[in-house]
Design a protein around this ligand. Structure first.
Ligand code: GLY
Length: 382
């Protein structure tokens, strides 16, 4: 892994310097916001009208990572402010869903692990308890979203990323019950979401009173049997998260299988991932966020494989990040976002087309996380 990094050291240092230059200003400017995207170059603010929105932890998490990478207290102040703003979400319980890991583990979980702040530990434990409570005992899955019976059987591949919150809670309180639920959900994903060729199902609708699959749904992808690239990214990194916390070989094997599928398909478009690897070739619709999330998963994967494979996965992560840097990143002061060209879902209606090729906060988060890993920082935020 180090050889490939050494060969790319100049690019890594230059890219970090550029992003740090930009973010040192944006962190102050957007301190009192929970940004999701930008409008005319300016961060929007979900703390105003949607404090329970699932992406509200990424800005705080990004600022903790920048603090670790620079020691600059301005990032710490913004991360702490994010945590205060997020407190409003705890009082709207019915809007909380499976994404409480994204929301709190990256902010309160990071704060507690970095500073030892006991209030942050309490917040993260509350979030873990709410995720724990979504487990369907008979169907053996963590239920996605809220709503009526029509969604009661849904599990989604994205949720693998939230399992880190449960692993942390068990490690923190010395009680395996959270971890056991995370493992059960992960095993379900191996069986019902991850296909033999390494591609994934986004939504699986389960039987709710016994273990079983009723149907597979397209979700944010092109079709039920295609492969939504960000869903695949959640699988690559999600399998690694479970492998790191549990150490089961099947999880590492699934991480490799999904990673290889991603790499094989992403290469075809010069390492700029399209929204769905099984969609028609035209129109060409990119999703930068799928690439940067996968790059983080590949850099973790590289730590647990043979030397030869480690070089290969590190090089592929760098290929994705370089393509993103060259084609999708904006380092200018008149745009608050760093990574442009994210896409929420494969567009099938007018509203969805408005969320094609836009900046999305988790694109910035994963780009920063990947660059920090390449700089040799060992903190594992998940
Ligand atoms: N977890 C929702 C998404 O990836 O858009």
């Amino acid at each position: 892994m180090r050889n490939v990094i050494a060969q790319n050291q100049e690019w890594i240092d230059q890219t970090w310097a550029k992003l740090e230059h930009k973010l040192s200003k944006v962190t102050v400017k957007s301190r009192n916001k929970l940004p999701y995207t930008t409008i005319d170059g300016v961060h929007d603010d979900k703390s105003e009208d949607y404090v329970t929105w699932w992406t509200n932890g990424f800005w705080g998490g990004l600022n903790w990572l920048m603090y670790l990478g620079t020691g600059n207290e301005e990032y710490k102040k913004t991360a702490e402010r994010s945590e205060e703003l997020l407190d409003g979400a705890f009082s709207i319980y019915t809007q909380l869903n499976h994404d409480v890991g994204f929301m709190w583990h990256l902010v309160s979980g990071a704060n507690y692990r970095i500073t030892g702040n006991p209030s942050s530990c309490t917040r993260n434990l509350f979030a873990a308890a709410s995720l724990f409570a979504r487990y369907n005992l008979d169907g053996e899955y963590i239920r996605a979203w809220n709503g009526g019976d029509e969604r009661a059987g849904y599990s989604i591949i994205d949720c693998l990323m939230n399992l880190s919150l449960l692993y942390w809670a068990s490690e923190e309180i010395g009680d395996d019950r959270f971890k056991k639920i995370a493992i059960s959900h992960m095993n379900m994903a191996l069986r019902d979401h991850i296909r033999p060729d390494g591609s994934v199902n986004h939504i699986v609708n389960h039987e709710i009173e016994k273990v079983g699959v009723k149907e597979v749904l397209a979700g944010q992808g092109y079709a039920a049997d295609s492969c939504w690239s960000r869903g695949l990214a959640w699988a690559v990194y999600g399998c690694m998260i479970s492998y790191i916390h549990v150490g089961k070989e099947e999880y590492l094997e699934a991480a490799k299988r999904t990673a290889n599928y991603f790499i094989e398909h992403c290469k075809k478009t010069d390492y700029l991932p399209v929204v769905d690897f099984g969609a028609p070739e035209e129109p060409v619709l990119y999703d930068s966020t799928a690439g940067v999330c996968t790059a983080c998963g590949l850099l973790e994967l590289a730590k647990y494989v043979s030397k030869e494979d480690a070089q290969m996965y590190t090089q592929e992560a760098i290929n994705i990040l370089k393509a993103c840097d060259e084609r999708f990143c904006n380092y200018e002061d008149d745009e608050d976002a760093l990574v442009l060209m994210g896409t929420v879902r494969y567009p099938k209606n007018e509203i969805a087309w408005k969320e094609v090729h836009i900046p999305i906060i988790y694109g910035d988060f994963f780009f920063v996380e990947a660059m920090l890993k390449l700089k040799g920082n060992e903190f594992f935020i998940w």
